[in-house]
Design a protein around this ligand. Structure first.
Ligand SMILES: Cc1ncc(C[n+]2csc(CCOP(=O)(O)OP(=O)(O)O)c2C)c(N)n1
Length: 303
């Protein structure tokens, strides 16, 4: 059974504004919570994506609980960094990160993809506080982030901008126009993060339309390229620090991940890209993650 369920003090701490800069141990425990949230909300909703959200859980936790300067109680805080998931379909991890960080109550996760809730299948800026721009149509997010980065430069605003992309998403032409733009304008306060899980909706990325050599492609577009194990939190933190320290060019962190990471029967299997676990499968997954549906759903509903 779970030993990592947080008490009120931890939830309170997660709601603080600014950069939390949590230590590795706390980030590791929080990433486990995020995976438990993802499986639980998907089991409840019986609709939504499993694989990508689980591959994003570790770097997503590092982003939200260490790197970002944000105020979840005041999502439009003028000083905030800007974050955007261009892969809008990974809402289970986006909403879990947001709720755990304090943008809205954890219980809202149990209304994922319902008409009563705000947590729609793809992020909606009209429905969810903290979602800056709606997403779901792949390829557009880096262009949005370019605009925000240019705006920040014009306004002499010190914010940093983070854009999470998928590896299948790299097949979108608009990504490469945006990559050219960011390098041309030397948007060094812009950081891309690619969830390089090697799978997409219909199979292996390399079989469908290969993106290799991905790092060389970004280098050739004059980006500062940082490669890391996307499940190794110390390495992820070093990558964020390296991106922050790099001047004159935008940075992209290519985070090598495993689709479905954390759930044995989902790991590295593209067939889990877009479906939820059935309740009995979710129970198995949650046991693997050290909890149960009863325990974790009760935790979510209590906050
Ligand atoms: C413009 C556009 N084309 C197609 C889709 C359908 N679609 C949704 S997710 C996806 C695969 C994306 O692959 P990847 O970026 O690797 O995400 P992952 O499978 O790792 O979650 C596709 C093709 C879409 N959302 N937008």
């Amino acid at each position: 059974m779970s030993s990592a369920a947080p008490g009120a003090a931890e939830l309170e701490a997660a709601h603080r504004s600014g950069r939390l800069e949590w230590p590795v141990e706390r980030l590791t425990a929080k990433a486990l919570d995020i995976r438990r949230d993802i499986v639980t909300l998907l089991s409840k909703s019986q609709t939504g994506h499993s694989g990508g959200p689980l591959s994003c859980a570790d770097f997503g936790t590092a982003l939200f609980f260490h790197e970002l300067n944000i105020d979840p109680a005041n999502p439009r805080w003028p000083e905030r960094d800007y974050w955007h998931f261009s892969i809008g379909h990974v809402t289970p991890v986006i909403y879990s990160l947001m709720a755990e960080r304090g943008y809205f109550p954890l219980r809202d996760l149990m209304k994922f993809r319902t008409f009563e809730g705000h947590a729609q299948g793809h992020p909606s800026a009209h429905d969810t506080p903290g979602i800056e721009v709606s997403a779901g149509s792949l390829g557009q997010g880096l262009s949005v982030c370019n605009g925000v980065a240019m705006g920040a430069r014009i306004d002499h605003h010190p914010r940093r901008i983070y854009c999470v992309m998928g590896d299948g998403e790299q097949q979108e032409g608009q990504i490469w126009e945006a990559a050219m733009f960011a390098a041309h304008y030397r948007l060094d306060h812009l950081c891309g993060i690619i969830d390089y899980n090697h799978k997409q909706i219909d199979g292996d990325v390399e079989d469908i339309m290969g993106v290799k050599p991905l790092a060389d492609k970004w280098r050739s577009f004059n980006w500062n390229v940082i490669e890391c194990d996307g499940h190794d939190i110390p390495g992820i933190l070093r990558s964020f620090a390296a991106a922050r320290a790099h001047g004159g060019r935008p940075s992209v962190i290519i985070a090598d991940t495993v689709m479905g990471r954390g759930v044995s029967y989902m790991a590295d299997d593209y067939r889990w890209h877009g479906k939820p676990p059935k309740p009995d499968q979710a129970e198995t997954a949650l046991q693997e993650l050290g909890t149960s549906y009863a325990e974790w759903s009760a935790r979510l509903l209590a906050h």
